[in-house]
Design a protein around this ligand. Structure first.
Ligand SMILES: NC(=O)c1ccc[n+]([C@@H]2O[C@H](COP(=O)([O-])OP(=O)(O)OC[C@H]3O[C@@H](n4cnc5c(N)ncnc54)[C@H](OP(=O)(O)O)[C@@H]3O)[C@@H](O)[C@H]2O)c1
Length: 349
């Protein structure tokens, strides 16, 4: 068996390419195979940065899952395919890093977790921002109570995707909509912050209310949620795929506030945390990641696998954290009446 964790990637789109490039710099993992629904697409994948013949190119996802040399898979396909592929990967004995959201709803997510548990494989939802040291630093600052008691959270993530209703972002059949694509980040952050304030790795909301716009394809194009946690912590979460929203996080406490611009996306010059303490001058910290954040994510998986673990340590996503997030997203969608086929059809065997 090779020293490095041998990865297979399912899908050949935007994030599959990003992850394949990141693996080139991983100390712990290397790319063994890539799979597409089409042999031609698999053959063309990453030819500009992968040596010819360096990896196995599979013309179906099933072919990759049957390869004994593949130890872990990265699921980089649209959200509605995650549950089927993750469960198939677990049954094939592959460790799993699955793109966010882990599934279309909490019910599907629960089925994936059950499959990972049953087949004794590692499973993590790929919220790459949780792997960046800026999140470790944020947790540390909150634990040190530098802004006193956390009172409220404001987190936004959105962009104008361009109005193409066939695209993954707006097509209901492909799991389009802002809540599942980017609202999932804001909810996961609010749950992390509220949890840290309570001395836990995460907290689940006690109430979720929301308003927003559901467009002609039946998916949420922009929405704001009003989320309540124990201890009176309130969160205002904004997201959208047809709306220019500032992508910032603010955390308000009894003694000050923390501002993090662009928490979600690793910045080449480092991610900034701006600390405003009552009656003090603002202080800025710049937190640089030691490597590409997707490389760090792959390394977190490899470290857990080599230690025999099935879950990542916080602030990376544990199973309970993912399940709580999926449930909160279900509640957010319910406020707007956004549903998908996965909500109607029970997941088969
Ligand atoms: N963590 C991050 O930073 C990040 C960023 C972007 C996206 N994501 C997540 O990654 C997933 C993929 O997003 P993406 O932007 O990479 O999407 P994308 O560019 O559209 O690529 C998706 C790939 O999935 C495969 N696929 C399988 N079934 C498909 C179907 N029915 N329709 C279309 N493609 C299908 C296709 O590969 P083949 O044709 O080769 O099979 C396609 O290239 C999503 O769940 C998204 O939330 C995460």
């Amino acid at each position: 068996m090779a020293d490095k964790l041998q990865w297979g990637i399912l899908g050949t789109g935007a994030i599959a390419t990003t992850f394949a490039k990141a693996l080139l710099h991983s100390r712990t993992g290397s790319l063994a195979a890539v799979a597409s629904r089409s042999p031609q697409t698999a053959a063309a994948f990453g030819t500009e940065f992968l040596h010819t013949g360096a990896i196995c190119r599979c013309g179906s996802y099933e072919e990759l899952l049957a390869k004994p040399e593949v130890q872990a898979v990265y699921i980089a396909t649209p959200h509605p395919t995650h549950a089927r592929l993750a469960i198939a990967a677990a049954r094939a004995g592959k460790h799993i890093l699955c793109e966010k959201p882990l599934a279309m709803n909490a019910h599907e997510a629960q089925a994936i977790v059950a499959a990972a548990q049953q087949h004794k494989v590692f499973l993590m939802e790929a919220f790459m921002y949780r792997c960046h040291p800026v999140v470790h630093r944020l947790v540390q600052l909150l634990q040190q109570k530098v802004i006193g008691e956390v009172r409220a959270i404001q987190a936004n993530f959105g962009f104008q995707s361009g109005g193409n209703y066939h695209s993954r972002l707006l097509n209901r059949g492909l799991g389009g909509g802002g809540i599942l694509d980017v609202g999932c980040y804001t909810m996961s952050l609010a749950r992390l912050v509220a949890g840290t304030a309570a001395g836990e790795p995460f907290a689940n909301p006690t109430a979720v209310h929301a308003s927003g716009y559901v467009g002609p394809s039946g998916v949420d194009e922009w929405t704001f949620a009003d989320v309540q946690f124990n201890g009176g912590i309130a969160a205002a979460l904004g997201c959208g795929v047809s709306c220019e929203i500032n992508n910032h996080v603010h955390i308000f406490g009894s003694e000050g506030r923390i501002e993090i611009p662009w928490l979600w996306i690793p910045q080449p010059t480092g991610n900034r945390i701006i600390l405003h303490r009552r009656n003090e001058k603002p202080r800025e910290e710049v937190i640089k990641a030691p490597a590409d954040v997707y490389t760090l994510e792959a390394d977190i998986v490899a470290a857990a696998v080599s230690a025999g673990g099935q879950q990542a340590a916080a602030p990376a996503m544990s199973w309970a954290d993912t399940l709580g997030n999926m449930l909160a997203l279900d509640q957010w969608r319910a406020c707007l009446g956004v549903t998908y086929a996965a909500d109607e059809v029970p997941l088969c065997g």
